[in-house]
Design a protein around this ligand. Structure first.
Ligand SMILES: Nc1ncnc2c1ncn2[C@@H]1O[C@H](COP(=O)(O)OP(=O)(O)O)[C@@H](O)[C@H]1O
Ligand SMILES: [Mg+2]
Length: 255
């Protein structure tokens, strides 16, 4: 009993001494992809671990769609990584217009077949899942965005069914090393969780805040969870400009 106690104490000490070193090595070994959002990749010590499924949550207008579009735009234009974008049928034109506001021409990518857009009608999830897999395979996509993630809720009445199917989709993503962002609209009326997706399936959870402080709104970002990498744990201020989203990692949120 005594022996065991001293051994575990030693282990704790070792961990405390070597923590930075050991973790850095682990961090470097893991392959990462750049989101393209200045500051955000630094918060993750270089980027999102390849093949992760990340849930991006925030209130309406918090910047989720812009974040996703920047992730796709960077992937295609800077890293030659093809992308798949899954949308609700009615939002396609709107989203492409949003892109143009930032100088990101997604129509062009579609023509060049570096981007595949799937629009979702309400039918069978199995079909959607197969379509996503086919789309990923057909262009060997390295990035996938599903915006809004509430698409999932529309398919299932039961939480368990939704989760099973999302787990299945997660497996496809992992197999193909396709890094994925699924957005989640936080709103008081609908309830905030995507059927427990964040807790059970997601490798990462990122929150975008658009909060009122006195007479103005302030934007910020937090990484709540990201498997296989160290993360910067503070909330950091974020701005949206005509060149996209930028995270100010050297600033404190409230000064
Ligand atoms: N060119 C721009 N410059 C600054 N802010 C912008 C610009 N375009 C959009 N925004 C901001 O981004 C918000 C929309 O972001 P969006 O990604 O659509 O939010 P969400 O998808 O979370 O609902 C707008 O409400 C506006 O505040
Ligand atoms: Mg949106």
């Amino acid at each position: 009993m005594k022996k065991q106690k001293s051994r575990s104490k030693k282990a704790v000490n070792r961990k405390a001494r070597g923590f930075e070193e050991i973790d850095m090595r682990k961090t470097i070994q893991i392959e990462k992809i750049k989101s393209g959002i200045a500051g955000f990749d630094e918060m993750l010590r270089g980027g999102i671990p390849v093949g992760s499924l990340v849930v991006l949550s925030g209130s309406p207008g918090s910047g989720k769609t812009i974040f996703c579009l920047q992730f796709i735009y960077t992937g295609i234009s800077k890293y030659n990584e093809n992308c798949v974008l899954v949308l609700l049928e009615e939002s396609k034109e709107e989203i492409f217009e949003t892109g143009l506001e930032f100088g990101w021409d997604f129509e062009e990518f579609v023509k060049k077949k570096t981007l595949k857009v799937l629009t979702v009608n309400l039918y069978d999830f199995e079909i959607l899942k197969n379509n996503i897999e086919d789309a990923i395979r057909s262009i060997d996509a390295k990035r996938l965005v599903i915006d809004p993630g509430v698409i999932f809720k529309l398919f299932f009445e039961k939480e368990l069914d939704a989760r099973k199917n999302i787990v299945a989709l997660g497996k496809i993503i992992k197999k193909r090393k396709c890094t994925t962002i699924i957005t989640n609209e936080l709103s008081v009326e609908i309830g905030s969780s995507l059927y427990g997706l964040e807790e059970y399936v997601a490798d990462g959870v990122v929150l975008l805040y658009h909060t009122r402080v006195k007479n103005k709104f302030i934007r910020s970002i937090a990484i709540v969870k990201m498997r296989n990498t160290q993360i910067m744990e503070q909330l950091k201020p974020l701005s949206i400009t005509t060149s996209g989203i930028q995270v100010h990692i050297d600033s404190e949120l409230f000064t």
